[in-house]
Design a protein around this ligand. Structure first.
Ligand code: SF4
Length: 364
């Protein structure tokens, strides 16, 4: 059974409704446990648990220290193209926005990658829009093999591919796959993805499994918070993660909860998640999944990122530009605005001050 089939059987709406009946006594009883399971998630993300976030945070901090020590992995994103044929209402690259699109040439890719390498980064995440015939499998795999000699780890965050295409990416030098479902709620998904191949909810969900079969070393999944109720996304994501861990057990897993940020055009997220709910969510995942990586992007403000560091975060991006050629000073439209614009050196200094070891390379 695929996770798509499993998802329709989960009845997450009913679980979300039942969150209202969870009491503070239930929360306190759960928080006395030393290990947590998927069955504890509703309690940990319930409204009743909001009064006990401090306790959750302490436990999350202890678990993270035990499992990951004082390390914080740092990476940088690099956009190859802002050309996209999909219409996603929340994205600055959506096809409906009329501006000149930029796709990096081989020379520009190498120049951009060298600038990033000179900054000291060793883990690179390559991203693109989805544009068949231009930013296709050939283009992306060529870009991967071109930058591979400069970095210890190459991740890709691109359109969903099939198993053979992912294998081609791995052979080109990619070791990590990032693929967010955006929202796990199929009805909401249809409202935000109006045209193009990305309209197909199942195709996107199946692709994470294709990545598992292809054998990526790391797989990073998640939901874009703001598109639907965060508790719904949390339950779906936790089940997806658990399913992937059991079925494609050779891969290492991480999760991320990017929150929608400003971009070109007008998009006002209907489902706002507050900072304290965001903390609650991160802590809940750390308690239930002690060994997974949790990635925090520069979408969040410097102030909030600093506060979140001890709570379970294991990987952070730094100095991020969300436009193709952004590090080389090229003028191109961004996918979204970042909030934390500190340099790698500033982030490293902050981490050291907080007692963390900034890790630029943990894999070769
Ligand atoms: S979210 Fe991805 S697929 Fe959708 S418009 Fe943006 S870049 Fe294209």
């Amino acid at each position: 059974m695929s996770f798509f089939d499993r998802l329709s059987q989960l009845n997450i709406e009913a679980t979300c409704k039942s969150l209202e009946s969870i009491s503070e006594e239930d929360v306190l009883r759960t928080l006395q446990k030393s290990t947590f399971t998927l069955a504890d998630l509703p309690t940990l993300i319930s409204k009743a648990a909001t009064r006990h976030i401090e306790k959750m945070a302490q436990k999350a901090h202890t678990i993270t220290k035990q499992r990951f020590g004082n390390t914080m992995q740092l990476f940088i994103p690099m956009y190859l193209s802002n050309l996209c044929f999909n219409k996603c209402t929340y994205c600055g690259f959506s096809v409906e926005h009329k501006y000149p699109r930029t796709t990096l040439t081989e020379t520009e890719i190498l120049a951009e990658a060298k600038l990033i390498q000179d900054k000291g980064f060793q883990h690179l995440l390559l991203l693109t829009g989805e544009a068949q015939g231009v930013v296709d499998v050939e283009y992306i795999s060529k870009a991967v093999s071109q930058v591979k000699p400069l970095f210890a780890s190459i991740g890709i965050e691109i359109q969903p591919l099939n198993e053979a295409e992912y294998t081609q990416m791995i052979e080109a030098g990619a070791d990590s796959l990032t693929l967010y479902q955006e929202t796990y709620h199929q009805g909401a998904y249809a409202q935000y993805h109006l045209a193009g191949k990305k309209k197909n909810f199942k195709h996107r969900l199946d692709a994470a499994e294709a990545g598992g079969r292809a054998g990526f070393y790391r797989i990073n999944i998640g939901a874009l918070l703001g598109l639907y109720e965060w508790q719904y996304e949390a339950i779906a994501l936790a089940n997806h993660l658990s399913y992937m861990q059991k079925k494609y057990w050779k891969s290492k897993y991480s999760i991320s909860f990017p929150r929608i940020q400003k971009m070109i055009g007008q998009f006002n997220p209907k489902y706002i998640i507050s900072n304290s709910e965001f903390v609650q969510l991160i802590c809940a995942f750390r308690l239930i999944f002690p060994d997974i990586g949790i990635t925090l992007s520069t979408r969040e403000s410097a102030e909030l990122r600093d506060q979140l560091i001890p709570l379970g975060i294991t990987t952070m991006s730094a100095e991020s530009k969300t436009e193709p050629g952004g590090y080389s000073g090229k003028t191109a439209e961004k996918q979204f605005e970042t909030s934390d614009n500190r340099s790698l050196d500033e982030i490293k200094t902050l981490l050291i001050k907080k007692g963390y070891d900034p890790v630029l390379k943990d894999w070769h």
